[in-house]
Design a protein around this ligand. Structure first.
Ligand code: EPU
Length: 431
């Protein structure tokens, strides 16, 4: 079984290049099913989630060609809605975007229920509500089966009862080829929603207001091929910012949009970290001990839930008592048990965690409970005294391109041990 072995205690120094945004890419790949022509996607992150989605597209009859490791050309001219690789679909959260793209293109869809990280209940009722409003009948069993009488969705006004990234993106994808105008109110505003809209608009769609809480989509008859470059990953950048904060040192994080990092930057500054912003990079420096801070996660532009575990690892080492309130997911504190094995003092009560900072963490054998929890364990291991091993690293590889290689370049003493050959060849074979 693959594991990371980390010899902690080194400060981080140097430069790291951020890859394309995972949560934009995992919507854009399924949305490529709507495009009538060749769609070239650049700055694609090389992570197992994007590889899985490309395999699913291939299983639907698309032609997928890797031009280089971060550029793919997709031609869905001969794709269909039926007979997907359902095993792969079941393992990934973002497979629910195929409901929107299949309904938009074919008026009929079959996917599995989505998988992905487990943070308690992950309902899809707002996705279903959106598809229903546009005229689709949706049956949810182990599979999601949806069909529109007449085979073309029609525009609708949809008010989301809950701010949902996935439902906002799925409804946008479905509405692009629908007849008439769709209006989504109480929409999520994350940068990857704007990126999806920009991708679709560059192929001929008419999506307006993405990034605000009201998104308007005027349906068009067809999307044409084109080229699109995915934005940098806000959470990957934030993870390296947190790693530098926890370990100390000075790191230049390149290929970022500093505006997307504002809430992370502000919180790290509160904790005594220096963050200098440049047009496409941020410089992070930490010398003295981290200071306590309170965190409340919220939809964008609030503090991202996807950074909560990584900042939790930093606060475990900060001076004083910090309070974390998880405002998005019911159960995103599974990493706390693992951090405790390293000496962290954290009490969890429902959605609130109280962190009594300790001066040092000690290396231990821990597991990655999910993607961001895994990143938090790596950060804690790099900052701790002694050896940490992290198991279940397949969770981490779902979302971080070359995590180990990038950390090694910064001076982190981290290695993969017991690696079978096969998984490392993914990127090369993805086409
Ligand atoms: N919700 C509903 N009904 C729905 C959909 C969501 O009640 O139909 C609730 C959820 O239970 C949750 C809240 O709304 O309490 C927000 O969920 P959202 O739909 O925004 O989450 P998601 O689309 O399933 C995406 C990311 C997550 C990230 C969240 C929040 C992808 C594939 N996943 O999930 O990313 O935590 O948005 O920003 O884009 C990660 O990258 O580590 C990750 C988990």
């Amino acid at each position: 079984m693959e594991k990371y072995r980390i010899n902690g205690g080194s400060r981080l120094h140097g430069e790291v290049e951020i890859s394309g945004a995972k949560n934009a890419a995992v919507a854009i790949i399924p949305a490529a099913l709507l495009v009538d022509g060749v769609c070239r996607i650049e700055n694609l992150p090389q992570i197992s989630d994007t590889v899985t989605l490309l395999y699913i597209l291939e299983s639907l009859g698309a032609t997928v060609r890797m031009i280089n490791p971060s550029t793919v050309e997709i031609d869905c001219s001969h794709a269909t809605w039926n007979g997907a690789d359902y095993d792969r679909m079941r393992g990934i959260r973002a497979s629910y975007y195929f409901v929107g793209s299949m309904l938009g293109r074919f008026g009929i869809a079959r996917t599995t229920m989505p998988g992905g990280c487990n943070f308690g209940v992950r309902p899809i009722d707002q996705h279903v509500k959106g598809m229903n409003a546009m005229g689709a009948d949706v049956q949810v069993t182990d599979f999601i089966d949806a069909e529109v009488p007449g085979r073309r969705l029609r525009g609708a006004s949809i008010y989301l009862d809950k701010v949902s990234v996935g439902a906002t993106m799925n409804i946008i994808i479905a509405a692009v080829l629908a007849e008439g105008r769709t209006v989504i109110e109480n929409a999520a505003r994350e940068p990857h929603i704007v990126d999806l809209a920009n991708f679709l608009n560059s192929m001929g769609a008419d999506v307006r207001g993405a990034g605000t809480d009201t998104v308007k989509i005027n349906g068009v008859d067809r999307l044409h091929g084109g080229t699109y470059a995915i934005i940098p990953d806000q959470i990957e950048a934030g993870t390296y910012m947190a790693a530098t904060a926890a370990c100390g040192g000075e790191v230049l994080i390149r290929n970022v949009i500093p505006k997307h990092l504002d809430c992370i930057t502000a919180k790290l500054r509160e904790m005594g970290v220096t963050v200098e912003e440049y047009p496409e990079s941020v410089l992070v420096r930490r010398d003295g001990r981290l200071r306590r801070a309170n965190i409340k996660t919220q939809p964008y532009p609030g503090f991202p839930t996807d950074m909560q575990p990584q900042i939790g690892a930093c606060l475990a080492l900060a001076q004083g008592t910090s309070v974390i309130t998880e405002g998005v997911w019911d159960n995103r504190y599974k990493y706390v048990n693992e951090l405790r094995k390293m000496g962290a003092q954290i009490q969890v009560d429902g959605r609130v965690a109280v962190v009594e900072g300790v001066e040092t963490l000690n290396g231990a054998s821990v597991a990655a409970c999910d993607l961001r929890a895994g990143a938090a364990m790596v950060i804690a291991g790099l900052a701790a005294q002694g050896i940490t091993t992290v198991e279940d690293i397949h969770f981490i590889e779902r979302g971080y391109q070359e995590f180990v290689g990038k950390l090694q370049l910064l001076g982190g003493d981290i290695h993969i041990i017991d690696v079978p050959e096969e998984p490392r060849r993914w990127a090369a074979n993805a086409g």
